[in-house]
Design a protein around this ligand. Structure first.
Ligand SMILES: C[S@@+](CC[C@H](N)C(=O)[O-])C[C@H]1O[C@@H](n2cnc3c(N)ncnc32)[C@H](O)[C@@H]1O
Length: 385
């Protein structure tokens, strides 16, 4: 199983990375902002465990430089995003170090380790004692064994505060490939065993021994992986599909895990915005590749965000109405997943406020949804009898 980035990977950003990086760029700052007060010295530890080169050859920032930019921004505001980067490939590590030097010279608290993330993880967790910790794990192939993740997330950092969050690449290409090994009499047992460890057992093999189509089996494995991670860590776990093309299957899922209702809320908003960036970049790429085309895939397939929001508002309002049936006031951020339902990660935060206004206009809540706090802080009252 390949673990490196060969060929053209670092020449320029592929579409899945556009989404991944936009999401990181949008989510790391509020994570720092929301959790920075949980440590006395306003320190937040950030680990990019599969950091790569840090910057593309065309100058665009990779995941490491995105974190360094956030750290640099925060430094001037009194928050210390203490960054740890790990990279296994010697050539990539050298380039990563070059990127780091520029930021270290400006006082950013960052260091890089040449080697395996597994060997560094315990040290980083130790250094994050008493402060919030964000783990970004983005391998090209298989991610860390589930027991290892559970050890960090549930055994060593089981508390809500200081916060612990995870964003991890779960490769569907790897799952499909390994499914092929299960089905083939010549399947490589060593690779299968590695994935057993990733999944925390051999359970996933059964999905490929039944009669289901390969893609259905792979999707079922991803869903079951999410369920198990949620069960074993007690965290909210959300899977975000990332694809190369609107009609293709995801190349990977980004697995997000948090214990914070605020994290969940802000992440959903960031996903919807990053999705928009993905479409914009696809459109741009299409224009460059086929400038004379009459119609682009994007113009045909892209869901109009305002139409999606229009559809979403009454559904979110109905979800809210259901929550209010308890007879108690509902603080929006405490019910993110029930509130947004199928539109979580599809629409941005303002859709929730519009839903409150919609419900009010229907006479189903005395709360107007006007003014006041941030949308997520809105407290919506049940209807008066
Ligand atoms: C998908 S790339 C990372 C891309 C980067 N996170 C970004 O978004 O800009 C994965 C990187 O992980 C490195 N790698 C693979 N296995 C590793 C391991 N066990 N520990 C640390 N790095 C590893 C590879 O050499 C490769 O550079």
């Amino acid at each position: 199983m390949s673990t490196g980035t060969g060929g053209t990977y670092w020449q320029g950003k592929a579409l899945p990375s556009v989404f991944k990086h936009d999401l990181l760029r949008r989510y790391i700052p509020p994570f720092g902002g929301m959790t920075g007060t949980q440590a006395q010295d306003r320190r937040v530890v950030y680990l990019d465990g599969y950091a790569g080169e840090g910057r593309y050859e065309n100058g665009e920032p990779g995941s490491a430089e995105i974190a360094l930019q956030v750290a640099s921004y925060y430094r001037s505001r009194g928050l210390n995003l203490s960054c740890f980067f790990v990279e296994q490939q010697a050539r990539s590590f050298v380039r990563l170090q070059q990127v780091l030097r520029g930021y270290q010279a400006r006082g950013v608290d960052a260091r890089a380790h040449h080697g395996e993330v597994n060997d560094v993880l315990d040290d980083v967790v130790q250094r994050a004692m008493g402060v919030p910790l964000f783990l970004f794990l983005d391998p090209c192939g298989l991610c860390l064994p589930m027991d290892r993740l559970v050890d960090v997330l549930a055994q060593r950092r089981p508390q809500r505060r200081p916060a612990t969050e995870l964003l991890m690449n779960f490769s569907m290409m790897a799952v499909r490939r390994l499914g092929g090994h299960v089905r083939s009499p010549k399947g490589n047992e060593k690779s299968l065993e590695r994935f057993d460890a990733v999944c925390g057992g051999r359970w996933w093999r059964e999905y490929f021994t039944g009669g289901s189509a390969e893609e259905d089996a792979a999707e079922a494995v991803a869903a079951e992986y999410a369920r198990r991670l949620k069960q074993r860590t007690g965290m909210f776990v959300h899977f975000v599909p990332v694809a190369k093309h609107p009609t293709w299957k995801p190349v990977y899922y980004l697995v997000f895990a948090t214990r914070s209702p605020y994290g969940l809320w802000v992440f959903g908003d960031a996903v919807a915005r990053a999705r928009s960036e993905w479409w914009k970049t696809l459109e741009l790429q299409e224009e460059q590749e086929e400038p004379d085309a009459l119609f682009s895939t994007t113009s045909i397939l892209r869901p109009d965000p305002s139409v999606v929001e229009k559809e979403a508002v009454p559904i979110i309002a109905a979800n809210l109405e259901r929550l209010l049936q308890s007879g108690r006031a509902v603080k929006l951020v405490d019910h993110t997943l029930e509130l947004f339902g199928q539109y979580y990660g599809q629409v941005t935060e303002p859709a929730a406020r519009k839903a409150v206004k919609y419900l009010h206009s229907e006479g189903k809540t005395p709360s107007t949804g006007i003014g006041g706090d941030k949308t997520r802080e809105l407290i919506v009252q049940p209807p008066t009898a």
